[in-house]
Design a protein. Sequence first.
Length: 299
Amino acid sequence: MRLPWPETRCILCLRAVEELSTEHVIPDALGGRLTVKVLCQDCNSGIGHSFEAHAKEDPSIRLAIENLKEQIPGLYESITHNLGYVGETQQGTVTGRFVEGEFRVDSRTHGDNSLIQPTPDARDAVETMLERRAVSDEQVQEALDRFDAAEDNQVARIFEEIHVARWNVGDIHPALDGPLIEDRFVLLIAYEFLAIVLGTTIYDANLAPIRDAIVTGADTSDHVGIERLHAQDYDPIHALTLRQAQPHVVVEVMLFRWLVFRVHFLRICTSVNLFAYVLNLQDASEATRSLEAEQPEGT
């Protein structure tokens, strides 16, 4: 869904440009499809290469996408590309990544100075070590043949003091040690959605502290409060909701129906109708709906 925008001023730096760049309100990297031209290219690029780039490493995002991989396989592959995983071997835990659907351990030196590498890289390393020793081509090939014939989970002597072990890796699961989604990431999404709600009022000078917090990470606790919540289930659904308009605005950001942020704009109120935007990641369908009929009388 592409929404129009009537201005040529960036809603972050307020600079007027010839043409604003297209911004995914929920980042494209997480499957977002709602777009609007509200940022200049400099702000868009700067944000994309800073705190937005690490959002998919958040442990809650990792858990959500793992639980939904059968329902949204394409997005699963896109999000998890080059992200870390942990596997178990007879010698302990190893870290690695999936490359073209195959788990490859990270290369590193073990505590006993042995080298841990993916099998193809290890084979090349053995060949290089032997060539540097100026051994004959026949000896190199014999060593590589012994490497190829080595049994899994067994230590095999390849050449003189060179030994290898091809450990099977099992119980592979996502590494959950990534950084949490930054407040700025959530605040940006909520601020852009608020721009869609308020229109050009978003340029008001009273919103300068919020813009500054997004751009520089400045403290904005006097202006914004962010709740981080979890739902009970995972679903391939993203949603943005103007949850409350008075006495202050609350925008809810929901990712995979599991991770929920309630962003309280403590010094903003509005009389606009409450509504929600919903994206179904399975069929890429988008919808908006009014929430006024759902509000209890007197609220």
